[in-house]
Design a protein around this ligand. Structure first.
Ligand SMILES: Nc1nc2c(c(=O)[nH]1)N[C@H]1C(S)=C(S)[C@@H](COP(=O)(O)OP(=O)(O)OC[C@H]3O[C@@H](n4cnc5c(=O)[nH]c(N)nc54)[C@H](O)[C@@H]3O)O[C@H]1N2
Ligand SMILES: Nc1nc2c(c(=O)[nH]1)N[C@H]1C(S)=C(S)[C@@H](COP(=O)(O)OP(=O)(O)OC[C@H]3O[C@@H](n4cnc5c(=O)[nH]c(N)nc54)[C@H](O)[C@@H]3O)O[C@H]1N2
Ligand code: SF4
Ligand SMILES: [Mo]
Length: 750
């Protein structure tokens, strides 16, 4: 039953359940969709109430693992801040705005009409789309949301990829022929795991779906294997490693290239016979000596060469460079070199090395994801390249504010919070305020969605079916798991995919009517009725009306594994398809099914890297981000189960850097970058490398108009107010989010 919630006014409605009349306790098995680990959960429900959430011990992938975020799924389900009906903003964005509930049909009509009207007047590129991270965690967003974006037909399509893993995809495309041929560390069998710029003890892994990293790490060490961590902060993962090497932010490319050089110079390379270009690589890495790397990174030269030798000598080794190594000026070079080390030492495609998965639904083999292309078009203002049909999100603000042909005037923001997640977020917010129209598909009024004219809230994670199309492809073990909706959705609610379907069909209908010059007028719903028999409208309806469940079922049935949704649903925890298996060279998507290591894109970037100067002046520190196990990017910061406990928003600073600025633990400081300045408390800790400070990513909810009733429980500022959209990665234009030069100073009188 849906009733108005008196406490939260017109903004939200709360789902009240009736009294439980009989003992209805049931145990159900679902997938946690909050992070890449994709843990299997065992949930006890009583009617519509969650009684308990624990890890599912018999799950072949996650083996009983769970973290605090999954426990908080029940808070998310009942969260009074969560929107349950579409709302329309009344008044300018900000503290005084009010949000008025509107009916779904009215909302769909309004949104479709505005998108089509802006595109009719200014061209398709005038409406942009931004897709945030949770899209990859929702099967309906992948089956239907992506098609909605295609329907919008705008070159101005952006996503969280360009503040995250773009260099991985770019190098997978360049080396293996497909942006999603991403080798995964075979953690369960490796003898040596080397991690650059990733903190799986908190993040639970990335581009490595590795539920229970803590347990798998213990197993690794118990069988005599070693873990090495390279990171500017002594992270939770560094603390459990056998070896920890502090590295100056932004210098990974030098270190990794020096390791490539050592392997080649000392004749340690044992690549497979389908690898070409080694002589060319030997030549170009010549100047990237361990001494040069030591100067840039602060890691002693002998430690760098020793690490390279250790990888070459180990029976098996997997080097994985992730978030911290990607979001830097030479992130693609770093990713290339990481791949090169695995390839050259014979660790690519061998048990215990890095391997390609064999997912039941093979998104690559079935061509469900495009292979990738670079620079087929460029951004209007700065001329930065597209990759895989997306533009780098660092240009979003300038593309909105710079007048001229192709200027962005409308935005469709799907499961994203770019004000919090992308460089110079506050400035982007100012730009969003100037849009003619913005729609958000989201269930919160956030730093970003507060600028929307209309917010369309989809069902939450406990109310929808799920099959992990992406993370089965990136997992450390081959399994297949169907996750049925835990609760029926309320009748009035809409799934992500239903919202995408309704918008797309209306947009198609309005365009069809305009093209037919029929003069058909009226609300989009009525226009859709009128044109529904036109052939391409019939085709679109068929495409959008197939449910995600039907699509997954078809894909499973044709997978060659004799699977179906029904079969998986009857197997709680899913089906185990075994450990990763060697797949090369057959799996390669390159034209000649060989790997050309001498990637021209990378080779061409090396002279600039060699000549690069340090980015920070003597009085500046380098700012990096961090994640806590109890955070999830920019959301869930209002859920009681995750916001209790010790403060974790502070600027972390090394004691030497604190002393010379007259700072003591807990002082308030200003942190100033080229683009902005913020004030925040500091915490003094020798976990930080000297010269480096850290703020968590996804904080700073205290902004006018954000509607999170508990937001004050998590204070803090947004690191992305300080990051700089002018700092971009040299090949693919990924955002540089780490290693930002900042001035840190005490606040006089405090
Ligand atoms: N400085 C710095 N910046 C960073 C990072 C960093 O480490 N440092 N990390 C980067 C990374 S890796 C990422 S992935 C990005 C994330 O950046 P974004 O993807 O832009 O932001 P999220 O915080 O994931 O916001 C997700 C939004 O989706 C909504 N949402 C959640 N679930 C659903 C759903 O099922 N459907 C819909 N429609 N909406 C939903 C939430 O309410 C929230 O508003 O941030 C990046 N930015
Ligand atoms: N609890 C939790 N889990 C999450 C998320 C979350 O927000 N919270 N977000 C999810 C998402 S979207 C993603 S993409 C993954 C990311 O998962 P990870 O890749 O593990 O990302 P982070 O935890 O941000 O770790 C990045 C590390 O890089 C380090 N670093 C910063 N700069 C540099 C540098 O220049 N060089 C090197 N070598 N290291 C550097 C940082 O100190 C940090 O420890 O986590 C996912 N899981
Ligand atoms: S590790 Fe990730 S997938 Fe597993 S329970 Fe925690 S949030 Fe969910
Ligand atoms: Mo991410």
């Amino acid at each position: 039953m849906l009733t108005d919630d008196a406490d939260t006014g017109e903004l939200t409605r709360r789902w009240h359940t009736g009294p439980v009349t009989e003992a209805t306790t049931q145990t159900r098995y679902i997938t946690c969709v909050l992070c890449e680990a994709s843990c299997g959960l065992e949930v006890t429900v009583d009617g519509e109430e969650v009684r308990g959430i624990r890890g599912h011990d018999a799950d072949p992938l996650s083996r009983g693992h769970i973290c605090p975020k999954a426990i908080a799924l029940q808070d998310l389900h009942t969260d009074p801040d969560r929107l349950r009906t579409p709302v329309r903003r009344v008044g300018a964005p900000g503290a005084d705005a009010t949000w008025e509930p509107i009916a779904w049909e009215e909302a769909f009509d309004l949104v479709a009409e505005r998108i089509v009207a802006i595109q009719a007047e200014h061209g398709n590129d005038a409406v942009a789309a931004y897709l945030g991270n949770p899209n990859v965690h929702s099967v309906g967003a992948l089956t239907h949301g992506v098609n909605l974006v295609r329907t919008i037909k705008s070159r101005n399509t952006f996503s969280a990829t360009s503040v995250d893993q773009l260099p991985h995809q770019l190098m997978a495309w360049a080396l293996y022929g497909h942006q999603f041929l991403l080798p995964i560390p075979d953690i369960d069998r490796t003898d040596l795991l080397v991690l650059f710029g990733t903190n799986p003890m908190a993040s639970n892994g990335s581009i490595m779906t590795v539920p229970d990293f803590p347990g798998r790490r213990r197993d690794l060490q118990a069988r005599g294997g070693r873990l090495v961590v390279v990171d500017p902060r002594r992270t939770e993962t560094a603390k459990v490693a056998d070896d920890y090497l502090p590295i100056r932010p932004g210098s990974d490319a030098y270190v990794l290239l020096a390791m490539v050089r050592t392997i080649l110079a000392e004749d340690l390379a044992r690549p497979a016979d389908y690898v070409d270009g080694i002589d060319a690589v030997r030549e170009v890495v010549g100047p990237f000596t361990a001494e040069r790397a030591a100067e840039a990174s602060g890691i002693p030269a002998d430690r760098i060469t020793d690490l390279a030798r250790a990888i070459a000598a180990a029976p098996s080794a997997a080097l994985h460079a992730r978030m911290g190594a990607s979001t830097q000026a030479y992130g693609s070079v770093a990713q290339w070199a990481a791949q090169a080390i695995n390839i050259l030492t014979g660790n690519l495609d061998r048990p215990g090395g890095t391997m390609f998965t064999s997912p039941a639904i093979d998104m690559v083999g079935k061509k469900l994801i495009g292979g990738g292309h670079l620079g087929s078009w460029s951004t209007r203002v700065r001329g930065l390249p597209e990759f895989g049909s997306e533009l780098p999100v660092s240009v979003l603000a300038e593309e909105i504010t710079t007048p001229g042909d192709g200027q962005i005037r409308g935005l469709v923001c799907i499961a994203g919070n770019p004000v919090s997640s992308t460089p110079a977020g506050s400035a982007l917010g100012d730009a969003l305020a100037g849009l003619e129209f913005m729609v958000a598909i989201d269930f919160y009024v956030t730093e970003s969605t507060r600028y929307a004219d209309v917010i369309l809230p989809p069902t939450g994670p406990l109310e929808r079916d799920h099959y992990d199309l992406i993370f089965h492809t990136l997992a450390v073990r081959n399994t297949a798991r169907w996750s049925p909706a835990l609760f029926e959705k309320p009748e009035e609610a809409r799934h992500d995919w239903e919202i995408a379907r309704e918008l797309a069909l209306r947009i198609i209908a309005l365009r069809a009517a305009a093209e037919a010059g029929s003069g058909i007028k009226g609300a989009a719903t009525r226009v859709l009725q009128t044109v529904k028999d036109l052939p391409h409208v019939v085709e679109a309806q068929a495409r959008f009306r197939t449910t995600p469940k039907q699509q997954v079922d078809l894909l499973l049935r044709t997978s060659g594994h004799r699977l179906s949704v029904g079969k998986l649903a009857a197997t709680p925890g899913g089906v185990d398809l075994g450990p990763l298996e060697p797949r090369l060279p057959d799996r390669l998507a390159t034209r000649d099914q060989r790997i050309n290591l001498a990637t021209p894109l990378v080779l061409d970037a090396l002279p600039a890297l060699l000549a690069a100067e340090p980015v920070a002046r003597a009085d500046e520190l380098l700012l990096i981000g961090r994640r806590s196990q109890r955070d999830n990017n920019s959301w869930l910061h209002n859920l009681p189960r995750l916001t209790r406990g010790k403060a974790r928003h502070q600027l972390l600073i090394h004691p030497d850097d604190a002393v010379c600025r007259g700072l003591t633990d807990g002082d308030r400081v200003t942190v100033a970058s080229r683009v902005a300045q913020v004030e925040v408390e500091c915490a003094v800790t020798d976990d930080m490398m000297p010269g480096v400070v850290s703020l968590p990513h996804g904080y700073g909810h205290d902004r006018p108009g954000v509607r999170l009733s508990e937001a004050t429980q998590l204070p803090g500022v947004s690191i992305n107010d300080l990051t700089d959209p002018e700092r971009i990665e040299s090949i693919g234009a990924n955002a540089v989010l780490n290693g930002i030069p900042v001035l840190v100073s005490s606040i006089p009188g405090e």
